[in-house]
Design a protein around this ligand. Structure first.
Ligand SMILES: [Fe+2]
Length: 383
């Protein structure tokens, strides 16, 4: 059998029906409303913004195709029962039909563990070429993190790097935050103690999508940065302990942050799934999680499940460790990766990092815009 016989296609099955045939053998008629709401003609869609001109919920629920004909090698001419006629390109319909439900038209996450041999590491350039920027973003989307070296060791540089990939998300900590040991710290991050793998700020809704940490000074021999691929750990748990996985995807846990001027709370399941059942986000912070009071047996099961997850996160199989030297910056997906730090002795010298958050969709937007530029396609706006 050749490749053509395996390819997805859309074909006319009758004068009033278009059929989708997927490469994996699924076959079904294309719903008339699905097709009608994808009309791109000037009556249906504003040609500048590419936004619809009417509410598709008002389409007749029994809308039907009344005529279908080929129109060139890649096209169909379709008439609908509401009288509207439109042209469709098979390639455009197939491109959309092949998108997975989770909206990943970006590089698919490549799960990793402690054996990850090659860390995605690049030399920072304040004015990167499109090719360099595309490579950084591609690797970030695949692995959930990148390390940039040679970022000038000056305060505020982290905001410049963040702006290259998206929009900085200011919080009650400010646009950027300093990570160094201070007396009467408001967060254990600002001490010298060991920090277990955690996601940042699970008490916010939405949580910060991406964190950047820039090392200005590190004169200590400890204080190694740790990263764990939470998606890889969650998928391992799903395979090895499905009962624990189920509990951690269905039990909402409360997270809370309090200081004299701020009080934030949010609830989230430790493992968050999307509508297709794929792992969407991890919400784990061993210093901040408070499970609701549930019946005794349910809590016993929850605590066992939490331990099963936590011991994998902290065990030897998944985390990577590396020293951030002055000028190094790590940018990571705070929904996918957990981060931590080994303890250090502040008497050895200074350790000073600056961090900031940017929204999760920034690098995906950069990736799409660069791809669009390469393909020479036009832009459109959305609201
Ligand atoms: Fe943190």
């Amino acid at each position: 059998m050749n490749a053509i016989q395996h390819a997805s296609r859309i074909k006319i099955s009758s004068p009033t029906e278009l059929v989708f045939e997927s490469a994996d053998g699924r076959r079904f008629p294309i719903h008339p409303i699905w097709l009608r709401e994808r009309c791109t003609d000037a009556k249906s869609m504003d040609q500048t913004t590419q936004q619809r001109l009417s509410d598709p919920s008002d389409l007749e629920l029994d809308l039907a195709l009344t005529a279908v004909a080929a129109s060139g090698p890649d096209g169909f001419r379709v008439r609908f029962s509401d009288g509207h006629e439109a042209e469709f390109r098979e390639s455009a319909l197939l491109a959309e039909a092949s998108l997975p439900p989770g909206d990943h038209d970006s590089p698919v996450p490549e799960l990793w563990n402690a054996r990850l041999a090659h860390h995605p590491k690049f030399r920072w350039a304040a004015d990167p070429t499109p090719r360099e920027l595309a490579e950084w973003v591609e690797q970030f989307l695949r692995f959930g993190f990148i390390i940039l070296t040679g970022v000038p060791s000056e305060p505020g540089q982290v905001l410049k790097v963040g702006a290259q990939f998206g929009f900085v998300r200011e919080t009650n900590f400010g646009a950027l935050f300093d990570v160094r040991s201070t007396p009467q710290a408001s967060d254990l991050a600002y001490t010298s103690v060991h920090l277990d793998p955690h996601t940042d700020n699970p008490y916010r809704s939405p949580v910060p999508g991406i964190q950047l940490l820039h090392c200005l000074v590190n004169e200590t021999t400890g204080g190694l940065s740790t990263l764990v691929d939470g998606f890889a750990v969650a998928e391992t748990l799903r395979r090895e302990n499905p009962a624990a996985f189920k509990i951690l995807t269905t039990t909402p846990v409360r997270f809370r942050y309090v200081d004299p001027t701020t009080e934030l709370t949010a609830s989230a399941t430790p493992i968050e799934l999307d509508a297709s059942g794929a792992v969407h986000a991890i919400h784990v912070s061993p210093r901040l999680d408070f499970v609701p009071l549930l019946p005794f047996d349910e809590l016993s099961a929850y605590y066992a499940a939490r331990r099963a997850l936590d011991h994998r996160l902290r065990g030897a199989d998944f985390p990577i460790k590396f020293l951030l030297a002055s000028g190094d910056l790590v940018m990571f997906d705070n929904r996918r990766l957990l981060h931590g730090r080994t303890g250090f002795n502040p008497a050895e010298g200074l350790r000073h990092l600056q961090g900031c958050y940017i929204d999760i969709d920034g690098p995906r937007s950069v990736h799409r815009v660069l791809r669009r530029s390469r393909n020479g396609a036009g832009a459109h706006r959305g609201s």
